[in-house]
Design a protein around this ligand. Structure first.
Ligand code: SF4
Ligand code: SF4
Length: 428
């Protein structure tokens, strides 16, 4: 053996180069290839070309031993429903792997001048478009649904003309909150900070108002801190730098609310999921763990801290029968049964579960022409179950699932907080 071959001269090959970024390769080792994630993926079920979550997650990260390994294009076909995450028995961080891979794909492989990139940036920054629309809400609602405009949007940007743009509220939730003079109940022992998200502010303030009425009826002091988008549509479109900017504002103001003695509640299950799970998985911002540990879904919080059964005893409401769909992001948090369990206690309301299928829209996913058909095919099972259910009004906690339910059936859709408001709060 020559000197150069002596073991003391051995230099290990630098297989995993040092990086400041997130390294998810070790998580791949927890995958034992059972394929449970693949069988639970709604996109893989209807799209034979989609290789599925096992490939998108652990397999892709295992291959990624060198920086020159490109992310597979199919990462853009994942809808970020997180069903794979929920179903994996081995706690492989699938959604974290997908979100990180999607971001690397967008940063390194997607042309910033492509129509697809521009469209995705507009869709994922819904808060900006909604803010502009809220300056002229009636005009914006009309223009966004005007045939020729939709034709141009479809041909030029790939936004399907089949979908109806949601109506913009003439008074946003935050304007209403300011006009009424903020919180009507002061109570340092029962304080919550409401993360209303973009949709409840600009499109469905009735949901946010229902939350305020219910919580104040139960003696809570509500804070409405400064906030930006939760980041959910940005994670789904690989726009992690945008999401980080929004997360920094949210974490700063929510941390301040926690210091003032508040827990954080959200009425949208994708927002609560982002604050509680996706933020600490993707970012390292001071206070992020605190925000995660103090965040709850609004119904979940009441079920933990209030005796709702007692509160609802004797309540009788006149409410239409409901067909309920549990959003994927509430399943991911283990909250999929809660709305039905709650409503069982209310005399005069009947809510029927329409099964455990995905609605198919998954935020911005169903708002892209290339995914529209897949999105509707996934939703078909839910539409059929809704039509066979007794009720002809739908109910769900997720704003985009509500859009898809309405689009597929024509039903009006309610949030469980609106039912709770009808049961607990007397009309003035
Ligand atoms: S469910 Fe989990 S363990 Fe099974 S194949 Fe998918 S990632 Fe691997
Ligand atoms: S997040 Fe949903 S669409 Fe994406 S791979 Fe997982 S199950 Fe499939």
């Amino acid at each position: 053996m020559s000197d150069s071959q002596q073991p003391s001269d051995f230099e290990p090959v630098d297989v995993f180069a040092e990086t400041d970024g997130m390294d998810l390769r070790p998580g791949s080792d927890d995958c034992y290839k059972c394929s449970t994630c693949d069988t639970n993926c709604p996109v893989a079920e209807v799209d034979d070309d989609f290789p599925g979550p096992k490939f998108q997650g652990p397999e892709q990260w295992r291959l990624k031993r060198k920086d020159d390994y490109d992310i597979d294009d199919s990462i853009t076909d994942c809808s970020n429903c997180l069903r794979c995450d929920t179903s994996c028995p081995s706690e492989v961080p699938l959604s974290q792997m997908h979100n990180t891979a999607r971001s690397q794909y967008v940063d390194n492989q997607m042309s910033k001048l492509s129509v697809e990139y521009i469209r995705n940036r507009i869709l994922s920054n819904y808060r900006t478009s909604a803010y502009l629309a809220s300056l002229f809400p009636r005009t914006a609602t009309f223009v966004m649904n005007f045939g020729p405009v939709r034709w141009v949007m479809e041909k030029g940007l790939g936004i399907p003309s089949e979908r109806d743009f949601p109506e913009f509220a003439t008074t946003t939730f935050r304007q209403w909150w300011k006009q009424r003079g903020g919180a009507q109940v002061q109570n340092p022992d029962k304080r919550v900070a409401y993360f209303h998200g973009c949709y409840s502010n600009y499109n469905t303030p009735e949901v946010a108002k229902a939350l305020v009425h219910v919580y104040e009826e139960l003696g809570y002091e509500i804070m409405v801190p400064e906030q930006k988008c939760s980041g959910t549509p940005m994670f789904a479109n690989g726009m992690l730098s945008d999401a980080r900017r929004h997360a920094e504002t949210n974490v700063e103001s929510l941390t301040a609310a926690i210091e003032d003695g508040a827990d954080i509640i959200a009425s949208c299950t994708s927002c609560s999921l982002a604050l509680r799970q996706e933020y600490p998985e993707l970012f390292d911002i001071d206070g992020i763990e605190d925000v995660s540990n103090h965040t709850y879904d609004a119904l979940e919080y009441l079920r933990i801290y209030e005796d709702l059964e007692a509160e609802l005893e004797g309540a009788k409401v006149d409410f239409p029968d409901l067909a309920y769909h549990a959003p994927c992001h509430s399943r991911n948090q283990g909250l999929d049964g809660q709305a039905l369990e709650l409503i069982e206690n209310i005399d005069g309301v009947m809510a029927e579960d329409v099964g455990d299928s995905c609605s198919g829209i998954s935020g911005t996913y169903g708002w892209k022409t290339e995914h529209y058909e897949v999105s509707m095919e996934i939703g078909e099972e839910m539409f059929e179950h809704m039509e066979h259910a007794e009720g002809d009004v739908g109910m769900t906690e997720c704003p985009t699932c509500a859009m898809q339910m309405e689009h597929g059936t024509g039903y009006e859709i309610k949030h469980p907080l609106e039912v709770l408001e009808a049961a607990l709060v007397s009309e003035e």
